[in-house]
Design a protein around this ligand. Sequence first.
Ligand code: PRX
Length: 649
Amino acid sequence: MNDHHIKTVLSESREFPPPEAFQSRAHIQSMEAYETLWKASCDDPERFWGEQAKNLLHWQEDFTQVLDWKAPYARWFDGGKLNVSENCLDRHLDKLGDKPAIIWEGEPGDKATYTYRELHQAVCRCANALSDMGIQAGDTVSLYMPMIPELAIAVLACARIGAIHSVVFAGFSAEALAERNRDASAKLVITADALWRRGNELALKDTVDEALRIYDKVDKVLVVRRTGRSINWDSGRDHWWHDTVEKANADHKAQGFPSEQALFILYTSGSTGKPKGILHTSAGYLLGTTLSSRYIFDLKDDDVYWCTADVGWITGHSYVVYGPLSNGATIFMYEGAPDFPHQGRFWELIERYKISIFYTAPTAIRAFMKWGEDAIEPFDLSSLRLLGTVGEPINPEAWMWFRETIGKDKCPIVDTWWQTETGSIMISPLPGATPTVPGTATKPFFGIQPDIVDQDGQSLADNQGGYLVIRKPWPSMLRTIHGDSERYEKTYWSHFKSLYFTGDGARRDEKGNFWIMGRIDDVLNVAGHRLSTMEIESALVSHPHVAEAAVVGKADDVKGQAIACFVTLHDHELGDPALNQSLKDHVVQHIGALARPETIIFTKALPKTRSGKIMRRLLRDVAAGEEAQGDMTTLEDSSILEDLKESSA
Ligand code: PRX
């Protein structure tokens, strides 16, 4: 666990009740209301979830059973049928047909708005085009796309025809895309010629071409023209979006699919080298995202809601697309980087579109702090009424800065804890009810029963650090790891009998607030992105000069963690700056730019125990420039420590 967080959070005593102006309009206005509802939801979860499912979702056929739990496998709402896309679109058309569903701006400043009616038509066209291309319910479609409206359209079109989408963040490499296409048996890839990033074109179609050379069982590629750059074209395989989707019929009847119809696979890092394909299904996931969006973002008819996450991550799935649209909200989507063409870009967008809810990541907030207030000052942020954060523990300084400088002391902050696996937010304040404290995600959401346990699975007393678990199944939980149920059982359900293990360490204070300390496994959180140390190590050892590699996290002011690599070479003499650079590029080529190591340290040997295990704890101290702490007696060769210090100096 990260000691730094434990120390900072323990000293925090500031508490902020919900601002009155916010509270008086909120869906839930008091802690009593929250507690009564939460208690009822946990006393009889099946009743609670059954009622919510009936109230919040549109069913084509009613379910006959709320939960079938054969641990650790859950089936929710069996017997029921619904269409996820119909829930996000068709059911709003009567009342909200002319309301903007998506307001979008591209990095160069181009703009588009889709009303619910227009979005519905675009999704229907895309659904018809996908069917015409031979995609059927249960097939997997891989999406490797910019943050443009077509991404949301493609996601919803897959859902509409019962196809499984696998969105791969456009920063991943060709190899990473190929690996995911292979694992998911993708039949079709949807992409764009390129995307705009800080004024440059990132050539997505070229990367897709390369990925398809590595794994060639993908039949077709559908390409959105975004930047207009020239691309290679395989006329037997490639199709333009504007020739197919935009010319397709806009009538499409949404068929109902069983509640447990697979909705998507989303890959995330675990503690081994191979990414995990987290599988989510339809009705339960939709219920979790719909309910949490409504209460945690306190969505109202006139809100303009902006979640800055890319749809390539779970936050983009749940809180750019499904949750807000299922609630009939107006979402704002932006293609580019926060600091291009200037460091006030986000604030300019908030002013222009009168954004009222702004949900972002601590790493972004720390970057904004660094860029300074001059970048913010010219813009009018008075439309904001609610702020949110997700992805990593937020340090109290960043929380206070967000509250004061962006929220002008009048916007509640919801620090939301959850994971790709949980599908929707598990722990968070309710903004009109919960007193917030910088650094804590506060209380469990309705129907969710988290706990802190020791290594034997026993509940711990207040303020004792331990393992964060969830006691009862919930509708938006992952159903399995695609193609690897054994890993699903082992990763999440084998540590403690019948408790879901999150992989995070946490403590609960005497007021019932949860303080998340971070991952306790070999997973790094770099700028809010999950990366496995093993994944980076295997990329490094695939380089012909590398003999062994060990990767650890190193504290970073903006990214939270940065990647530090210790590498031994077949020929130690080769360890020069040129090789250092080419190893960094090698990792980027294998995984993607998000995994670029910050430091590579060549060393003659790695510190190991007598049984041959790498002593990462020691490497973490060396990477941090600190004196190595703790027991060294198991170190096989104590001279290695001196070598390491020299190499990293
Ligand atoms: O360690 C926790 C951290 O991010 C992990 C989940 O990562 P991922 O599946 O990529 O999903 C990120 C977005 C939901 C968690 O195990 N994490 C996420 N939110 C928070 C957090 N840590 C502390 N506070 C949070 N609010």
